[in-house]
Design a binder for this molecule. Structure first.
Ligand code: 5GP
Ligand code: MN
Length: 346
């Protein structure tokens, strides 16, 4: 990203000039969305301002231990307060998303607001929604980006332990505890700094990655055993789960997290997809390896988006129809799939 110093200066000025700051993250917040919002909120608070925080819907259980999480307004369940806060804001900072739809029911209010707007994100091709767009796809996570922005604004290392912990949550979430995603030497130097300053990595790991039910483990076994399809010639594997499957294994939100990633460990597979049936539509998670662009496939076929190697989308219809649609379009990506697969065994 060019001229980081300029962004830091502009962001600092906007924060200093604002009286009612609102931070908002994307719907179904993950550890990066929550981590980036809480980390930035923590610093703004330390500067003597009280930022409001909104999530378009409720945070999942595995994030509820985080400091100040109780200050986040869940717009879905508390639309009245959320609406008032959006209307009052004179600075709105959007974190960890690149398109306005990701704000769910808060979208129209935010778009209508006359507040100055900032977008801080690491997804490619951000929509032009803000006065200041700080978009850096070279960061593992928005939380990592927030870490550098805050240190820049602070003028030295900001070493508040809750800030550092929130940044760490974002980084381990978006890299699957350093297993996938995009991370760099910079990320690891940041992680080194976070651990040196006392971030409790076991505590974070247990909350984020060891928080599942026994039923979820059984659902995972069932998905791999009975609902996995592999197309070796197309370097693709997928899992499809019906609503009835989810009910049978007492599914709760977040239970299928990580299922799409698993299939990438099959030899030769560079694209994996998880299809999950909801009421009237199907939600999909795509993961890919190397040069195969899951974001591109998701945009073209499922009206979705995301990163090159991790994307998502949704489509109306039954699970059978949506999986058939995928089966129909997949061969048109054959060359790109083969190219990525060849590069994988270099
Ligand atoms: P996940 O598969 O973990 O839900 O999402 C992976 C990535 O895909 C997310 O970081 C997000 O950027 C993107 N994503 C997921 N669902 C959607 C969607 O419905 N629309 C768009 N545009 N992006 C999505
Ligand atoms: Mn992220």
């Amino acid at each position: 990203m060019p001229d980081f110093g300029k962004y830091t200066k502009e962001l600092k000025k906007l924060i200093e000039e604002a009286n009612h700051i609102l931070l908002i993250c994307h719907i179904n917040p993950d550890g990066d969305a929550a981590g980036a919002m809480l980390a930035l909120g923590r610093w703004i608070k330390a500067r003597g301002k009280t930022p409001e925080m909104i999530s378009p819907n409720a945070l999942q259980k595995f994030l509820l231990w985080m400091k100040d999480v109780d200050k986040i307004i869940d717009f879905h369940h508390n639309a009245e307060t959320g609406t008032r806060i959006i209307k009052e804001a004179d600075l709105i900072i959007m974190v960890d998303f690149n398109s306005s739809q990701r704000m769910g029911k808060a979208e129209q209010l935010v778009l209508a607001s006359k507040a100055k707007k900032v977008m801080i994100d690491h997804h490619p091709d951000p929509d032009n929604l803000a006065d200041l767009v700080i978009s850096d796809v070279s960061r593992s996570s928005t939380s990592e980006l927030v870490y550098f922005l805050v240190n820049g604004m602070e003028g030295s290392d900001y070493n508040d332990i809750e800030f550092l912990t929130a940044v760490y949550v974002g980084i381990v979430t978006d890299t699957g505890n350093f297993e996938h995603g995009y991370y760099t030497g910079d990320t690891m130097r940041t992680v080194g700094h976070l651990l040196d300053r006392g971030v409790d990595k076991e505590r974070v790991f247990n909350h984020i990655f060891s928080n599942f039910s026994a039923d979820r483990m059984r659902l995972k076994g069932f998905a791999l055993h009975s609902r996995m399809v592999v197309h070796p010639e197309l370097h693709t594997a997928y899992i499809w789960l019906t609503k009835a499957d989810l009910e049978e294994f007492k599914h709760v939100k977040g239970d299928t997290e990580g299922f799409a990633n698993m299939l990438l460990s099959i030899y030769g597979v560079v694209l994996s997809v998880l299809f999950v049936e909801r009421t009237g539509f199907v939600k999909m998670s795509l993961r890919s390896k190397g040069s195969f662009n899951a974001n591109d496939l998701s945009r073209k076929c499922f009206n979705g988006g995301g990163h090159r190697n991790a994307a998502g989308g949704e489509m109306k219809g039954t699970i059978k129809e949506v999986v058939q649609h995928f089966e129909n379009v997949l061969p048109s990506f054959r060359e790109k799939l083969e190219k990525a697969a060849t590069e994988m065994v270099r």
